[in-house]
Write a new protein. Structure first.
Length: 285
């Protein structure tokens, strides 16, 4: 029982000191000389879109770092994301589109390029996908719970003061009325039309089909996505790199490395999270 009493204190310590501990470990490795810089100027960079897109901060920070180095001639956009919010995906898409006007950008789909991550990555000069990847999910969705009966069972009643007929639209406190459903449906349709039209503009004559075949929210394997014109090639990361080298006119690639501390913080964090998840799974069996 003493072990279980200590668990909350351990979790509290981790929450409070997690980043500090990781930083100290990473600094230790730096100072013992495992990451000596080679002193060469990078000519290619990797831009990672590998998390759910709920804000565009991570994409923005990576692009800013790339733009600061004049010697970089091309970017490999590595995608493995299920998508995210419309606004954040559009922000990421606009930044990648602007970057592609500045230097060549080749996208490599490592796992999934779905929904918002398709939106964000479709402006690359070329899209090459792993043959086991998943592409598409072009559509929009709006969902919410209706907890009215739950609250009633708990004896809880809502009190609301509002100004504006649709101020409470999308509430989870009750069923939506017909006016609210119509309003939300129209709003969703506008978002959907924007997504589809942007795909058509980004892919232009590369699309081989009518939007009804690719914009129903379906997810496709790489082979079908190629047939539809949503990607340009089914291939490996090395093939994507070779294509980028050709477009950027780079013979001997020197990659811009992530900040070494950030790399090892991420690796340590991923490793610890994996161990915690494994422990929780075994404990709950």
């Amino acid at each position: 029982m003493g072990l279980f009493r200590a668990i909350p204190r351990f979790v509290s310590f981790i929450n409070t000191n997690f980043k500090t501990v990781l930083l100290l470990i990473a600094l230790f490795f730096v100072f013992i000389g495992l990451y000596a810089p080679d002193g060469k100027e990078p000519n290619l960079a990797k831009l990672y879109l590998d998390k759910p897109i709920f804000n565009s901060t991570l994409v923005a920070s990576q692009i800013e770092a790339i733009k600061k180095i004049d010697t970089i001639q091309g970017v490999l956009l590595v995608i493995d994301s299920p998508g995210g919010s419309v606004s954040a995906s559009i922000e990421a898409a606009d930044m990648i589109k602007e970057l592609a006007q500045y230097i060549p950008v080749v996208a490599y789909v490592r796992g999934s390029m779905a929904s918002g991550s398709y939106y964000a990555g479709m402006y690359a000069d070329e899209i090459i996908a792993n043959r086991g990847s998943m592409i598409g999910s072009i559509g929009v969705i709006l969902s919410a719970f209706n907890i009215e009966e739950l609250l009633a069972n708990l004896g809880i009643k809502e009190q609301v003061l509002k100004m504006g007929k649709y101020k409470e639209v999308g509430t989870i406190m009750r069923a939506w009325n017909e006016n609210e459903r119509e309003f939300l449906s129209n709003f969703l349709h506008e978002q959907y039309e924007m997504f589809v039209n942007d795909v058509k503009l980004a892919r232009k004559d590369k699309l081989h089909t009518d939007p009804i075949h690719f914009a129903e929210g379906k997810i496709f394997n790489a082979k079908t996505a190629l047939e539809l014109g949503l990607i340009d090639k089914v291939g490996s990361m090395q093939e994507a790199i070779e294509s980028l080298k050709e477009k950027a006119q780079v013979q001997n690639p020197i990659w811009l490395e992530k900040d070494r501390i950030d790399v090892y913080l991420q690796r340590l964090e991923d490793s610890l999270i994996s161990k915690i998840v494994s422990f929780a799974f075994l404990y709950n069996r």
